[in-house]
Ligand binder design. Structure first.
Ligand code: DAH
Length: 347
């Protein structure tokens, strides 16, 4: 009986010192394990005189219960302490300002192209694609620029294989490809925005790779005035209804007559500024009435069909529209610089 009382005292003392679940489990071994203190007194019951057996048994059970009650209480408390500590360390202050996600934006060059595409699609044009690795035949010959023609020098071309395979120096070969598909029979309305390449030294206004937006319309009774009307609609959509277009005589081998398209300076309204170099006008495209030779070579009878074509410089249009003074910003992959243009426009 004394021993049982000692164990009770020991339980009370040891339990009040317990700080961790590990210590608590060690106590379980110490008291209830194979050689535990309670196990030991429990096994003494057989040596207890008969008349005291009952009393002894009750006391042993009491001490067991004492241990188990304490054990369970402390276990629950230690476990909930652990959970609370974890919650505390993982607490989130929802009032703190968040990190702003980086939002991507459409490239402004792409935006200009899409704006023209949308407009021309609404006028019945198809957007078509052509290869950047092109054959001399399509890039030059079938555009009425035979081998040895001096006009080839003006477009300093990247040749890839001999004189036959090159990086296209203009998107005009897509005119030829589209007409060949039309088999000389159906009217054509197409635009092709795409990359072009020339052996230019890169500077603020030149890039060895740049983009053009080609357009071609072939139908019956098409004249220069159809071209003028179409170009005028494109320009007014892009730069505003106050902007005027002017057509200056020019020369291209694949159009006759050929023109250069100027727009009145939207910055100074024509009085002269540094954007228009004090002329009041800015050149944005080459264009013209499709040369009969070009129609014929691509299978369209020039006695039946006629057409117009145009080629815009895409970067030039974007630079004018978004007030950019260096073509290299489109290609230096400086996202900060590019997204700044975008923000200015969207605000
Ligand atoms: N391909 C010409 C160039 O790169 C631009 C051009 C001129 C395209 C007249 C045309 C056109 O479609 O009709 O300089």
């Amino acid at each position: 009986m004394d021993k049982i009382n000692d164990i009770k005292e020991l339980i009370n003392k040891k339990m009040s010192d317990v700080k961790t679940l590990e210590e608590l489990n060690n106590l379980k071994v110490e008291f209830l394990g194979k050689k535990g203190l309670i196990t030991e007194v429990n096994s003494m019951i057989k040596d207890v005189p008969k008349e005291e057996k009952k009393e002894f048994g009750i006391r042993v059970n009491e001490v067991k219960k004492l241990f188990n009650d304490k054990y369970n209480d402390i276990k629950v408390k230690l476990e909930s302490d652990l959970v609370n500590k974890k919650l505390e360390s993982e607490a989130i202050d929802v009032t703190l300002p968040s990190i702003r996600p980086v939002v991507g934006s459409a490239n402004i060059l792409e935006k200009v192209i899409e704006e023209i595409e949308e407009l021309l699609i609404s006028m019945g044009y198809d957007v078509v694609d052509g290869p950047e690795l092109e054959e001399d035949k399509y890039n030059f010959e079938m555009l009425n620029i035979p081998k040895g023609h001096p006009a080839r020098d003006a477009q300093d071309t990247f040749y890839i294989e001999g004189e036959e395979i090159l990086l296209r120096s203009q998107t005009s070969p897509v005119q030829v490809r589209t007409m060949l598909k039309g088999k000389g029979e159906v009217p054509i309305r197409m635009i092709c925005p795409g990359k072009t390449y020339r052996r230019d030294d890169d500077d603020a206004t030149h890039s060895h790779q740049f983009m053009q937006i080609e357009g071609l319309l072939v139908d019956k009774n098409i004249s220069l005035s159809d071209l003028k009307g179409t170009i005028d609609v494109i320009i007014k959509k892009l730069f505003g209804s106050d902007v005027e277009t002017r057509f200056r005589p020019s020369y291209y081998q694949f159009t006759e007559p050929s023109v250069e398209v100027d727009i009145s300076c939207f910055n100074c309204g024509g009085s002269g500024c540094n954007i228009c170099k004090n002329t009041g006008w800015i050149t944005v495209a080459g264009a013209g009435v499709v040369h009969p030779n070009v129609l014929r070579m691509s299978g369209y009878d020039p006695k039946v069909w006629s057409g117009f074509a145009f080629g815009f410089g895409a970067e030039r249009m974007a630079m004018l529209k978004y007030d950019i003074n260096d073509i290299r910003v489109f290609y230096n992959t400086n996202l900060k610089e590019l997204s700044n243009f975008d923000r200015e426009v969207d605000l």
